[in-house]
Write a protein that binds this ligand. Structure first.
Ligand code: BGC
Length: 880
């Protein structure tokens, strides 16, 4: 209230003297004041807004008829919830996210075929993560919320925190990291930022949705330890710390049932263990059995399925198969979300801000923020002979169409329509003092080498002092809806780099991609800059970095393997249409590579760039590690401090991201085959001027020493000695200290600590043997839930692709749909591929949902019976 009055007074004062000030600066100051204030209050905003709620939710709920309650549990259309006029229940608008606002015209599709309103396009999550900057990510969340408010959007569908199990997942660019700790550390500020203005965040995709192929039907089979340590960890931490107002269940199954019908996931883990009180919403079109999902607390079905499920639910209430108390709980949660986020439309801070700033001014601020994020997320992977930063007197040849047609985001539901987009070529041309020449280098629409384009590129490279090649993954390579075949760049990009590096020894490769790529030419180029999918302002951030106006400080939040064959999880990815076995267990990303190396006498050559790697134009030296304890009784002392010094010993100012890894120590390798070599448990980002030294302090708590004990079904501390490793990356460890850790409340049970009974399994893993399904199931404990294998018969979960192989009717149907997609998507390659894959992977039940009940389940079931050759039964069923 206080700030509201001050801001209003300020507003009047400003109006009087408006002309005396420079409009731009004034509004920026006010922007900063408001942001600072909102930051101060934001940590409590969600909790408070729930408590302050003047609307009596219980009363409204009890005034609703059963039909109204049921109707509230499904959307009004693609993006909005229903409103109930007589009780003033507002309809709220949910929209994608997460690295910008993708507000589409109502009733249009949800996968980006149709245009959305112009909005700020920030770098995608891979790059946000490479900043390792929590407060910057919070700022992005805040700005996203403000943009939501001006567009009357109440819930932003993001962030996505699925773990990058394999670098091949087509949607990795939308996710933060292969590491669950880092993922949660970055998701928390993003959600706090979004919710600070009263807009709801929707954490997604819950859970174990780590591939796009078969995403609507695949059953992810995961052991309990991997489930809790890798795949649910970030959800657990993020939910507890940031209270996202909503959570999206994924399309896939987990250990035998759809995540939207998985009792352990929804009831035990989410509602009971985490006490989650927010709204659980389905991913778009994910509903399989609505009665069972509502019984388990999946509150809201999106998008609208018309009245398809209303009658089913009503029937279930009458028969007693839908628990009325569960329905009431869901309705109350939806009402709370609606009233809470609806209030955001009258958020005083946002109103004042909107009043004081024109759209243009707001856009400028957001563009600047997008540039800052890109600046901090750029990762200098290689810089031989300090070729970078570029000398302004040098003649530069810029090669590659991405210099004029930037690849700045991935495809699918997160595709933003940016209000502005920069290009490296134009920015460089404007600012560079010496010659800049340009050649296309490759075609944007084909992977084939075009010799005339190569020759053109060679010609301009011959006389240039240095060559910048813009390479990366074109639209058709990474998107929601499909995965990558391998980690290769298009053949024409690789060929171009090879050819140019033969004639010019000063080649700098700039990569635009959302996840790792192979670099067979790494030895012949001087520098490689990972500029990720850097959003609308990526080009100016990149140029600043190339010329040394900014000093790169980003570090990759994922491992870049030499190629995908070296990656353990990728061996079991994406597997068949029924099941994918997570046979690598917890050994995802660096957890695998580091363990493998620790068991061999020499470093393997599997890793191109390790997790946490990123260079700078300056040099940092690490010293003076101090651990608070030599022996840490986790029971009596809740946390342990670790401190160390970092000094900038180079000539320019720079920022360093230091990382703390915790490593269980045992002299007997066989004893700890199942334990990762080390795990990230803390990090800090600090800025240092030349010669400046700072002390970094990091606090480790119980969770830093805990593992999920499969025998006990809970996290617990493994008593023993631990190395605390301080690194500039996961493979550049600068300091180490040792501590003995024990939990006085729990007795150490050597058998549990060293589960030698499964050593045979880990031995096979690390001897790089292919694990059979049989062995994998032996490794899983006996009580593992039963899973279903698709029979040769069709069911509601059979995909349209499967059906089209067996039925001429579906073949024709697919043909017609593909023609329609071609005509809508026109030249939008990734959207076209994505839409096609989406349709092919869609289970037949999806037709009923997508047609909003126009095509009834009865028709679907009839078709299934018919295709299963139960023709007589099918006819009888149709006329029943
Ligand atoms: C995606 C979600 C997205 C939703 C709405 C789904 O296909 O998986 O991430 O939020 O569509 O567009």
């Amino acid at each position: 209230m206080r700030i509201f009055i001050i801001a209003l007074l300020l507003n009047f004062k400003i109006s009087d003297e408006y002309n005396l000030f420079h409009k731009k600066h004034l509004s920026q100051i006010i922007h900063l004041v408001l942001i600072r204030h909102s930051r101060r209050v934001m940590d409590n905003t969600f909790e408070n807004s729930l408590l302050d709620l003047s609307v009596d939710i219980d009363n409204i709920c009890s005034s609703l008829t059963i039909e109204e309650k049921i109707s509230l549990c499904s959307g009004h259309d693609v993006w909005r919830t229903k409103h109930i006029k007589r009780l003033n229940v507002p309809s709220i608008h949910l929209t994608d996210g997460p690295h910008g606002l993708r507000k589409q015209i109502l009733e249009s599709d949800n996968i980006g075929l149709y245009d959305s309103i112009p909005a700020t396009c920030y770098p995608t999550a891979s790059m946000l993560a490479a900043t390792w900057n929590k407060s910057l990510i919070k700022e992005v969340g805040e700005e996203l919320a403000l943009e939501c408010i001006s567009e009357n959007v109440n819930v932003l569908l993001g962030p996505g925190i699925n773990i990058k199990r394999s670098p091949l997942c087509g949607r990795n660019f939308e996710y933060f990291s292969e590491d669950p700790y880092l993922t949660s550390e970055l998701a928390i500020p993003m959600i706090m930022g979004i919710q600070s203005h009263g807009v709801g965040a929707c954490l997604k995709h819950f859970a174990v949705n780590n591939q796009e192929k078969f995403r609507m039907t695949i059953d992810a089979i995961v052991d309990e330890q991997a489930l809790h340590e890798i795949y649910l960890y970030a959800f657990e931490k993020t939910i507890k710390a940031s209270h996202p107002m909503s959570l999206m269940v994924s399309y896939n199954k987990l250990n035998g049932s759809y995540t939207s019908e998985n009792s352990y996931l929804l009831k035990t883990f989410l509602r009971e263990n985490l006490n989650y009180e927010g709204v659980v919403v389905t991913d778009w079109g994910a509903t399989s059995d609505r009665v069972s999902s509502l019984n388990l607390g999946v509150d809201l079905e999106m998008p609208s399925s018309g009245k398809l499920h209303d009658s089913l639910l009503l029937d279930a209430v009458r028969k007693g198969t839908l628990d009325i108390s569960e329905l009431d709980k869901s309705v109350k949660r939806i009402l709370k979300l609606a009233f809470n986020t609806y209030k955001s439309n009258i958020n005083p801070l946002a109103i004042i801000k909107n009043k004081l700033m024109t759209k243009n001014q707001q856009n400028k601020i957001r563009h600047r923020l997008a540039r800052k994020v890109a600046s901090e997320g750029i990762v200098l992977l290689k810089n031989s002979n300090n070729i970078l930063p570029i000398d302004s007197r040098k003649h530069i040849a810029i090669i590659g169409q991405f210099a004029k047609h930037p690849k700045y985001q991935g495809g699918g539901s997160s595709k933003i329509n940016p209000f502005k987009i920069e290009t490296l070529y134009h920015i460089a041309k404007k600012s560079h003092k010496s010659d800049i020449t340009y050649a296309k280098g490759y075609s944007l629409n084909s992977d084939k080498v075009d010799i005339s384009l190569i020759n053109e590129a060679k010609e301009i490279s011959q006389n240039a002092d240095l060559v910048i090649i813009m390479a990366g993954l074109p639209d058709a390579y990474e998107s929601e809806g499909f995965d990558r075949k391998d980690l290769k760049l298009p053949a024409n990009h690789d060929f171009l780099i090879n050819e140019i590096s033969k004639i010019n020894s000063n080649v700098i490769v700039i990569l635009s991609n959302g996840s790792p790529v192979e670099m067979p030419w790494i030895g012949s180029v001087k520098a490689v800059v990972e500029s990720y999918l850097s959003g609308q302002a990526g080009a100016s951030a990149l140029w600043d970095c190339l010329i040394g106006k900014t000093n790169p400080s980003g570090k990759i939040a994922e491992t870049f393997p030499i190629d995908s064959n070296k990656d353990l999880a990728s061996k079991y990815f994406p597997m068949g249409s029924d099941m994918v076995d997570y046979r690598e267990s917890i050994f995802v990303g660096y957890r695998y590579y580091d363990k493998l190396d620790s068991l061999k006498s020499n470093f393997s050559e599997n890793v191109l760039f390790p997790f946490g790697h990123g260079l700078s134009y300056t040099v940092f030296s690490y010293s003076s590690i101090m651990l608070q304890y030599k022996s840490f009784n986790i029971d009596s002392s809740k946390t342990m401090n670790v401190s160390f010094d970092i000094k900038n010993t180079g000539k320019v100012a720079g920022t360093e991201i230091s990382q703390v890894y915790v490593s269980y120590f045992s002299s007997n390798k066989e004893d700890c085959l199942s334990i990762p070599q080390k795990e990230l448990k803390g990090f800090e980002k600090i800025h240092l001027f030349p010669n400046e030294k700072k002390t970094v302090k990091i606090t480790l708590d119980k969770s830093a020493f805990s593992f999920f004990d499969r025998n006990e079904g809970r996290f617990r501390v493994r008593n023993g000695s631990y190395n605390i490793l301080i690194g500039a990356s996961s493979r550049d460890i600068r300091l180490s200290g040792q501590v003995f850790v024990y939990d006085a409340t729990s007795e150490e049970t050597p058998k549990d600590t060293h589960p030698n009974d499964t050593n045979w399994y880990y031995n096979s893993l690390f001897n790089e043997k292919y694990i059979s399904r049989e062995d994998f199931y032996k490794f899983l404990n006996k009580d593992f839930p039963k899973f279903t294998i698709h029979s040769s018969k069709f069911s509601r979960n059979s995909t349209l692709e499967e059906l089209s192989h067996k039925s001429i009717l579906f073949k024709i149907l697919m043909f017609v749909i593909m023609i329609k997609i071609n005509s809508i998507a026109k030249n939008n390659t990734s959207q076209k591929i994505m839409m096609k894959k989406f349709i092919l992977d869609m289970p037949i039940r999806g037709i009923a949902l997508m047609s909003k009940g126009l095509i009834k389940y009865k028709v679907i079931d009839f078709l299934i019976m018919w295709l299963n050759k139960n023709r007589w039964q099918a006819i009888k069923f149709l006329f029943k």
